[in-house]
Design a protein around this ligand. Sequence first.
Ligand code: UD1
Length: 356
Amino acid sequence: MKFLHVVGARPNFMKAAPVYRALAGRGQEQVLVHTGQHYDALMSEVFFKTLEIPNPDESLNVGSASHAQQTAAIMSSFEPVVLARRPDVVLVYGDVNSTVAAALVCAKLGIRVAHVEAGLRSFDRTMPEEINRLVTDQLSDILFTPSVDGNENLAREGIQKEKVFLVGNVMIDTLIRFLPMADEMYAKLQSELAMDSFGLVTLHRPSNVDDEAVFLPMLGLLDELSREMPLIFPVHPRTRQKWAAQLELCNPNLRTIEPLGYLEFLALQKNARVVITDSGGIQEETTYLGTPCLTLRENTERPITVTLGTNVLIGRDWGLLRKHFREALNGGRKRAGCIPLWDGNTSERIAEILGR
Ligand code: UD1
């Protein structure tokens, strides 16, 4: 059988890497397509190297644009590639524009689509990723869910249960594999950063960073909190482009730096006293690592990280953020339970099912 993987944006890379590896271990023929949704070296290339993903067989180089233009550009350049390569199954990952664009092309061509990380729902359709999730799942032939809430959501949307497989979280496969290397590099990183106790921040969602009335108070609060404990803030290009001048003005305890590589970021997540974020994947990684996670969103498509994990939804309640931040500073920790099937073997389960 021939499998074609589609990746495009940073969070796809750590999901595709273990699945590619597991299929390679079974001698399956594979093709890797990079749409180029993310194109900066720090957003893309470094992940290929670290995660030992082979160079893409095809690069579509679509770059940035509006949602419609980006999705359309991926579709029109992906169609000839998939027609020429003739895969039996196309694997798409997560909820980015590259995911939905590839799924739509394949569905129209009658090529089977497998969605890795299916079924997650925030129930917030103002979020571009929620639209991508809903559409991709409707178009997919094989749906791999990370947790049981995903199966419930898909059943409610009328997706036949024969198509759905609860396999666990592939991103945790990558985390487990690379954690020893992240641990090894932590000492060097810590001496470079010269700080023992710190928090870690990431922010890039349009709902948080696009609007001045939302972002500037948030930045002001981070500036305030960083005076109690230094905060390291690797800045996503979309946030940097919009707010370079304002970020410059923050006090030096709010350390704004370039996006980090996978191992560096993992090492910091593990050793941070607290993580403040609006990312989806980071809610999962902090849960696995047992690091407190304060999520600056009103909702999450990953509710299991709240019920079983270390995640707390803060929304825009700054009083709540201060409270949980101080709790974390004083060593308070929400205990993380063990999430079923987040065990490092998800990609093997996926490869086994695909090989049937
Ligand atoms: C995308 C995903 C989001 C994911 C995030 C992780 C969608 C709808 N969103 O958001 O789910 O959490 O990736 O990073 O697919 N840019 C660069 N260099 C790059 C990439 C982007 O400078 O390599 C800038 C561009 O100005 C671009 C902006 O960042 O317009 C946003 O990039 P885009 O890919 O549209 O969405 P993300 O915000 O990265």
